[in-house]
Design a binder for this molecule. Structure first.
Ligand SMILES: C[S@@+](CC[C@H](N)C(=O)[O-])C[C@H]1O[C@@H](n2cnc3c(N)ncnc32)[C@H](O)[C@@H]1O
Length: 293
């Protein structure tokens, strides 16, 4: 009986998989590091996920337990272990043409409006940022839509797309621009025809003409300074769901400052904000505008 109670207490305090155990305190210390460095909130319900995803790191680095791992994280001045940690912990789910009505809005409303303003100002620089781009599907979707919409006019512009994420793992995949047939199945046929090439290994590669227009970079949205020239269009979708309310409001203000007057911000549909509490004007679900000057 006493043994049973002892076992129950241990299950409550630690979560074990194989021989690895993650105590309450160790989980909280990892969650704090992830929150302080990347803004990502890991609630108690993520404990199994943390243990599952970090097992391979501990195994590969021949680290015996989480207390040793935490000590190494705290001593690591290179940031390598933290970078590996976020590679393992961040959720990277994404897809081509995800929340497709945003891309229709981009082509039918936002782009024509931005181009008209550029023309009036006698400018040619079209600047778009895909923040939290994951493995690239969203960035390539934006770029394909822009090129498809503008046709020959695209070459007359000084256009570029910056695509950033915190995870080096997904950025590497993004830069390859090669996707399985399954991932490409939601891409409309005419886009596949124009912008992908079927490779010998059965994957589809984004053509060079599109890849050359996108700059993939590691960037942490928790940086208090966004060292970029303002954009006309920003996509920052399905990342704020991992942040708490304060972090979201703070990020929204920095995104606002990073938009030109009249510029557009696209959020994930589940992240729609009450624009009354922000300087943005809400146009359609999850699409916002910095008011024109
Ligand atoms: C669920 S994916 C969303 C991908 C894409 N935007 C979409 O909507 O399909 C969230 C991405 O946000 C990234 N992320 C999480 N925290 C971040 C941070 N602090 N700075 C930059 N990117 C972050 C993750 O690495 C992940 O790739």
């Amino acid at each position: 009986m006493t043994d049973n109670i002892g076992q129950l207490a241990e299950t409550a305090e630690t979560l074990g998989m194989g021989s690895l155990r993650l105590t309450d305190n160790e989980f909280r210390a990892i969650a704090r590091l992830v929150y302080e460095n990347f803004g990502i909130c890991l609630g108690e319900e993520k404990r199994g996920l943390v243990l599952g995803r970090l097992q391979s790191t501990l195994h590969r680095r021949q680290i015996n337990d989480f207390s040793e791992y935490l000590a190494m994280l705290q001593q690591d001045r290179t940031g390598t272990l933290l970078s590996e940690l976020v590679n393992q912990i961040a959720t990277n789910h994404t897809a081509f043409f995800r929340e497709n009505n945003h891309f229709q809005y981009l082509q039918q409303k936002a782009l024509p409006d931005v181009l008209e303003r550029l023309q009036k100002q006698q400018r040619r620089d079209l600047r778009i940022w895909c923040a939290a781009c994951s493995s690239g599907e969203e960035a390539y979707t934006i770029q394909m839509c822009v090129m498809k919409s503008l046709g020959m006019q695209y070459a007359m512009l000084d256009a570029g797309l910056l695509a950033t994420d915190i995870s080096t793992k997904v950025l590497y995949q993004a830069a390859q621009g090669s996707y399985s047939g399954e991932r490409v199945q939601d891409v409309p046929g005419d886009y596949v025809q124009s912008f992908f090439r079927l490779q010998a290994d059965g994957n589809y590669q984004i053509i060079e003409r599109v890849r050359n227009e996108i700059m993939f970079r590691r960037f942490n949205l928790m940086n208090q300074v966004f060292p970029f020239k303002p954009f006309q269009i920003i996509f920052c979708r399905n990342v704020m769901i991992y942040f708490d309310a304060n972090t979201r409001m703070n990020l929204l203000q920095r995104l606002y400052n990073c938009l030109e007057p009249g510029g557009y911000l696209f959020l994930g549909h589940s992240e729609a904000i009450n624009s009354g509490s922000t300087p943005f004007k809400n146009l359609v679900p999850a699409v916002y505008q910095r008011r024109p000057a």
